[in-house]
Write a protein that binds this ligand. Structure first.
Ligand SMILES: NC(=O)c1ccc[n+]([C@@H]2O[C@H](COP(=O)([O-])OP(=O)(O)OC[C@H]3O[C@@H](n4cnc5c(N)ncnc54)[C@H](OP(=O)(O)O)[C@@H]3O)[C@@H](O)[C@H]2O)c1
Length: 429
């Protein structure tokens, strides 16, 4: 008789209900492919009486979701509640302590507690799988852990958030402002009703922390430079366009020696580059290492379908057997890296100043640039005669980030400034 592993799915929202239906409909083919039957024995969520788009089998419903962690018949617990604290945290810690395999889509939990959780999983000889936590349907975690196992990876970067990418690319293609596109994204179900962490860069930061530690065989480094897209407006999008760029929210991590550079911020990307072609809700992850060189993987970053694809990949991995280290290598072997701030890195940058249109302003600004030893590559001034103000856009040569920010701070205090100046770095160097 074919082997069978018993599964409890906890959390039946967008993702959990889709996964439940998918596993039931595809049980036969998955059993054949994995030579083991995925058998759902329990489901649970917060509210049993909630109207759902799946038929709930009440015999399978656990009144207390935590009972799944102590039931001797449960082999795999799929956590689909979400959030770094509360019910999800309790469930995953308890499950691993009770020697249950865990599959989760929860990036916030893994980014915050991944080191502690992987230690418990390793001690208890169970699997902790989180493919769905990073870039939904893009199978980047399994690629790093298995397909790219031969490589020493030194850089990982890309577009890791579908909502922000949809907003930026739609502002460009549909000639709309930030607010309208965000509303449109919420209506289409791309953005959550509270899209804070998509817009402020925190969602990308969680994913990048997980990717960095996998790529560099290191413990999770919680230090990271994070800027979101809240500040980008249509004028920036149009200006970037005229200059031959697109604006993208980029996650970027690099290891040099024992030092890690980890950052999330919007960047001007050359229109002809691969990464500029990633539009809408797509995600793309680029990994650079030796001997493979550059490896690119792209796909839908979120949504029930793409996320279920990743969850089933994790469940299948457990069905096929073997205990794997959650972060590729044993917790004892994972290095502690020193975080290097962005201050001393060099970037070419786009700086935008909204100023009162009066004599002497431009020369004052360019003097501040030369005082800080930042040389100007291009300068565009757009006066708005009716409003008596002007937009000044300056593209710099490669300069220290610290110096670019110093200029921003200095100009910001001037009486001719009518809006906080902006800095957007150029490229993915
Ligand atoms: N949505 C995506 O596109 C996507 C993509 C990748 C990863 N993820 C991750 O997948 C996870 C689930 O996301 P989702 O979009 O499905 O969220 P969701 O629709 O808000 O669903 C959350 C579920 O958790 C249940 N829940 C909340 N508190 C609970 C508690 N105390 N005890 C038991 N159950 C509780 C809710 O129960 P009720 O239904 O009874 O209220 C609900 O079914 C999150 O970690 C998210 O980050 C989502």
């Amino acid at each position: 008789m074919k082997k069978k592993l018993n599964i409890a799915i906890i959390g039946l929202g967008n993702i959990g209900s889709y996964l439940y239906k998918f596993l039931k409909e595809n049980q036969k083919i998955l059993s054949k492919k994995n030579n083991c039957i995925p058998n759902i024995i329990y489901i649970s969520s917060k509210n049993i009486n909630k109207k759902r788009n799946i038929k709930i089998d009440k015999k399978k419903w656990l009144k207390n979701y935590l009972d799944a962690t102590t039931d001797k018949n449960v082999d795999i617990i799929v956590e689909l509640i979400g959030g770094a604290e509360g019910a999800a945290k309790k469930l995953v810690f308890n499950a691993l302590k009770n020697k249950k395999n865990v599959v989760t889509a929860n990036k916030a939990l893994i980014a915050k507690y991944g080191d502690k959780l992987s230690k418990i999983a390793e001690e208890n000889k169970v699997n902790l799988e989180f493919e769905a936590a990073v870039c939904g349907g893009v199978p980047i975690i399994r690629s790093i852990k298995e397909g790219l196992i031969a490589n020493k990876i030194n850089k990982v970067y890309g577009i890791f958030n579908g909502t922000s990418n949809y907003i930026l690319s739609t502002m460009d293609s549909d000639n709309k402002n930030f607010k309208d596109v965000l509303l449109d994204a919420q209506n289409k179900g791309y953005a959550e009703s509270n899209p804070k962490s998509d817009l402020n860069g925190e969602d990308v930061a969680s994913k990048l922390k997980i990717l960095s530690s996998l790529c560099f065989n290191s413990l999770i480094n919680h230090k990271i430079h994070v800027e979101g897209i809240n500040n980008i407006d249509k004028y920036d999008i149009d200006s970037a366009n005229r200059l031959g760029y697109k604006i993208k929210l980029i996650g970027f991590s690099e290891i040099i020696g024992n030092q890690i550079y980890q950052r999330v911020h919007p960047a001007l990307i050359n229109k002809s580059s691969y990464i500029a072609s990633i539009d809408g809700v797509l995600n793309a992850v680029i990994v650079e290492g030796r001997p493979v060189g550059q490896n690119v993987i792209q796909g839908e970053g979120a949504g029930p379908e793409a996320t279920t694809s990743a969850l089933v990949s994790d469940i299948s991995s457990i069905l096929r057997g073997n205990i794997k280290f959650p972060f590729s290598i044993s917790n004892r072997e994972r290095k502690k890296l020193t975080y290097k701030s962005i201050d001393d890195r060099f970037f070419s940058a786009y700086l935008r100043f909204e100023v009162k249109d009066r004599p002497g302003v431009l020369s004052n600004i360019t003097n501040i640039f030369s005082k800080n030893k930042v040389s100007i590559k291009r300068l565009i001034q757009n006066p708005n005669k009716t409003k008596k103000h002007a937009s000044i856009i300056i593209i710099t040569h490669n300069s220290k980030d610290k110096s670019l920010n110093k200029i921003l701070k200095e100009v910001e205090k001037k009486s001719y400034i009518i809006k906080l100046p902006k800095l957007i770095r150029i490229g993915t160097n």
